[in-house]
Every structure is written in structure tokens, then in C-alpha cells.
Design a binder for this molecule. Sequence first.
Ligand code: SF4
Length: 379
Amino acid sequence: MIDERKNLMGLTKEELSGFVRGIGEPSYRGAQLFNWLYARDATSFAAMTDLGMEFRKRLEDSAVIGGVVLEAHRRSERDGTVKLLFALQDGLRIESVLIPPASALRDGDTAVEEEQKRLTLCVSTQVGCPLDCAFCATGTMGFGRNLTPGEIVAQVLAGRRETGKKITNVVFMGMGEPLLNYDAVMNAAELLIAGAGITARRITVSTAGRVAEIRRMADEKRRVNLAVSLHSAVDETRTRLMPINRKFGIPVLMDAVEYYYRKTKQRLTYEVIFFDGVNDTPGHVTRLIALARRVPSKINIIPFHPISFTHPAGFAASLAPSPRMQEIAGELRRAHLTVLVRTSAGEDIDAACGQLALSRGARSEGRAERRTEAAAAAR
Ligand code: SF4
């Protein structure tokens, strides 16, 4: 039997007020529900102890608190990174990664102290992903569907319950391309800011380079941070690593980035993984320095997690971590760029994007067909 009760997870305060009015309650009850759902992490109406019994009964009859169900978690013995695998109501699976401060050290500057106070959750925005980046386990899965705002926010609430700690930072950098699910991602960010007590400057949306949506973020003056997965400042190399670059090459991407900076005055982040012999040559580093100087920015260097069990044949199978990563970080710093080198978080628990879900059989059925269609539409 289909449950026709309204799912309240992901609704705004105004939407909750509208819902309670619809079941004959005063508007202010919407604000109470908002607080219980996002600030106090209630997972049942019974837990909302300051609401009258009669109201709670009416809620039970007409609504549910949907979201995500924690199916598995793995904690890295090496660095405390925690990978969370969630089941959605339709049986699909997504994952989030909790990154403790020790996994995010910035070496060589004064930001270490601030980093030590962080607990970052990397959340998914889609089931699978259509963009097919060569180094990414999620990309091999194909595209399943977009997540709803409720499913995105629920990952943060579940992460907070799981650890019993305050999550200080959220990055939209898990499974999926966030800007292909623009409205849901921005709605989720607003809910986290207004309801879950996470400030906008601690929320980051990471894109593979969707230029129209970067411009839209600028026009809408979104308060969250923007990160661009760059991986190479050389068009030909970037296209090999990230097929989206075929459609939006680096000149088009950088026009959008400069537009974003002009409108928002917000410094952005470039994410780079260095691969041995692919994007770690002196010529590549010189191009990266020139690109990074175009607007105020910082560079996050992320170590590569080899994904041997998911490797397709061809170029992706040959990717290996660059032995020059630290050396390049030094070169970038000497060029007066701000650089953060991530330690290798959770390598022992398949913590790279998509790896755990894949190992649990989350690969979409009909993957090849849907991947082709979705990728064609997205690119
Ligand atoms: S790196 Fe991001 S955009 Fe690229 S395939 Fe993976 S999830 Fe998609």
C-alpha cells in the first residue's frame, strides 16, 4: 500500500507552516516543527515532547519524517575518517564521508589551528553521476537520479547523530555533480544555514565546471563557497580526465569563474589531483599557476585513491598518484598561491567518492544506456 502521508524532511519553515495550517493548526507550529527537524534532529514525532499529544497524533496520521537510512558505516583505523552508506526510500544507495580534522591538515601555514576544530561532512547530491570523470568510482556507476533537498539535508543530520558531534563544515562533493541538481542543492544549503546552524561560509559547493550554473550562483549572490574541480589547466589533459571539458573548455570555464568573482567578491577553491605523468609535469604546473592567479583563490591538492576494482579499461586504468605532489605544492607556494594538501583520508575504507556504494552493489541497472543519455544531456 502506498503511504500518502506528507514527507516533512526537506520542507522550509514556510512550507511547514502551510502544512500545519492545512491540518487545522496555527502557523507557529510550523516553526516548532522546523526546529525539531533540523536543529534538534528529531526522527519521530513522539520525540517532539513539547508538542501536545493531540497535535503529535495528527502529525502521525498525516505526515512522516523521511530521509535516509544508515545501512553501514566504516571507520578508518588510520585517520578516523568515517564512511556512511545510506539507503534511500526507493532502495538506491548513496554515501557521505565524515572527515575529521587530522585528515585535513594544511601544512606550512597558520591555518592548522582552525583546521583542527573542523568536522567536515562530504555529502552526495545525486545517485551516481553522469559526468564520467576518469578518476572517479561514482562516474563508473552511471546516473541514477537527483536527490531531493530532504535527502541531502538528512545526510548531515544522520552524520551528526552518528558522531554525537557538531558538524562544522559541509561540502557538496560526494556522489554526483551538485550543479546538475541546482535547486535541490541550494534549497538544502539554505535549510542547513537556517535550521541546522551551519554558517554559509562553511558550506562549499564543488562543481566539475557547469558554467551556466556558476553564473547563476553569481547572479543570485549565493552565500555558500564555490569550488571548481580543475585537475588540469591544460585543455587537452583536462578533457581526458573530465569529459565535461569537451563542452565547457577552460576559457569558457574561466570566463564564468571571473564573472563569479566580479559579482560576489568571494575567493574560490580549485581542487586538483596530481596523476603521475599526466598533469604533474613542469609545463602543467606553470599553466596552473597562471590560471590560479586570475582571481583570488586557493588550491586544494587531493591525493588520488586508486580504484582498482572499478577501473574501466584504457586511460583510467593507467592513472596513478603523482610522486611529485608535495614538491608541486612547494612550487605553488613559492608562486605565492595558497595551497592546502589533504592527507589521504580513509584509504583503508574505500573513502573516495562512490567506492563504498559500488562495493555494496549500488551500480545502476541499465547503466550503460542511462549513462549515455544522461551524459549527453548534461555535458
Ligand atoms: S568526480 Fe564528481 S563530477 Fe566527476 S564523475 Fe565523480 S561525482 Fe561526477
